[in-house]
Design a binder for this molecule. Structure first.
Ligand SMILES: [Zn+2]
Length: 271
């Protein structure tokens, strides 16, 4: 392989405490240990073919579980964390932190540049999409907390609730249901994430199912707006017909070799 100059992403990430060269990453959210200490610095090791196989072993596990198995092997060390780094640990990571680790592992081990060939849903022409992993914006929590106190005031009656952000184990719990019934998956998710309602403890799934849709939508919107992690939404228009071709970058799929193809036109992600 030819020697190449380091890409901008390899020089410095601009995040305090993070060193891509030494493979130390700083989680956008972080994970709380048993003593209440927040752990955010994580070292990842270089990926091998065995890791790729683990990530793509579609036959055996649902996607959330596969990512947990993969991250349990890829994470080398967690600063300040004494316990084992196993699948249970990876299950306990916030979804955005898991995405962030996948994203940086892709950048470190397969390069910063991503090339994809997409087909415009309107005019059916092929479109090259090129961007750098290091360009994707990452939302970082300035003061991570175990849970947040919220007032859900949409609907007829306001509720004071305590909410945490979703983790790998939440995804595993709703993944199959989300395919058949996304609203039922939300019910299950909210019942897991809401730790307290008006001092009465966590709600049951039945209680959350009975909530007005406006309140459920407000909680969904809050989670969307506050969860840390990379923003994988690629906002782009077709260069041929200007139709909207925006899509969400497939974090797990991108560990496969880029699709090859030639196309007369090229578009670039607008940031
Ligand atoms: Zn088009």
């Amino acid at each position: 392989m030819m020697e190449s100059l380091p890409t901008p992403g390899h020089a410095a990430s601009g995040v305090a405490g993070e060193s891509l060269a030494e493979r130390w990453l700083v989680l956008p959210g972080g994970v709380f240990g048993a003593q209440g200490t927040l752990h955010r610095r994580v070292r990842v090791r270089e990926l091998t073919g065995a890791d790729e196989e683990r990530l793509f072993d579609r036959g055996s596990l649902a996607s959330g579980r596969r990512v947990s198995a993969f991250l349990a092997c890829a994470i080398d060390a967690v600063e300040g964390h004494d316990g084992p780094i196993d699948e249970a640990f990876a299950d306990g990571l916030q979804l955005g932190d898991r995405d962030y680790l996948l994203l940086r592992l892709r950048q470190l081990d397969l390069g910063d540049a991503v090339h994809q060939v997409m087909r415009c849903p309107a005019c059916r022409q092929k479109v090259d999409v090129d961007f750098l992993i290091s360009e994707l914006p990452v939302r970082r929590l300035s003061e991570p907390q175990r849970a947040w106190a919220l007032r859900l005031d949409a609907g007829p009656e306001p509720l004071e609730v305590l909410v945490r952000l979703p983790r790998g184990d939440d995804l595993a719990a709703i993944e199959a249901l989300a395919l058949s019934n996304p609203a039922a998956a939300n019910t299950r998710l909210f019942a897991r994430l809401v730790l307290d309602v008006e001092g009465r403890g966590a709600p049951t799934e039945d209680e959350v199912r009975g909530w007005p849709v406006a309140r459920r939508a407000q909680l969904s919107a809050w989670l969307e707006a506050h969860a840390p992690g990379p923003d994988l939404f690629l906002d782009l228009d077709c260069p041929h017909c200007h139709a909207d071709m925006s899509y969400v970058f497939d974090l797990q799929g991108f560990f496969l070799p880029s699709a090859r193809g030639t196309s007369p036109a090229s578009t670039r992600r607008s940031t």
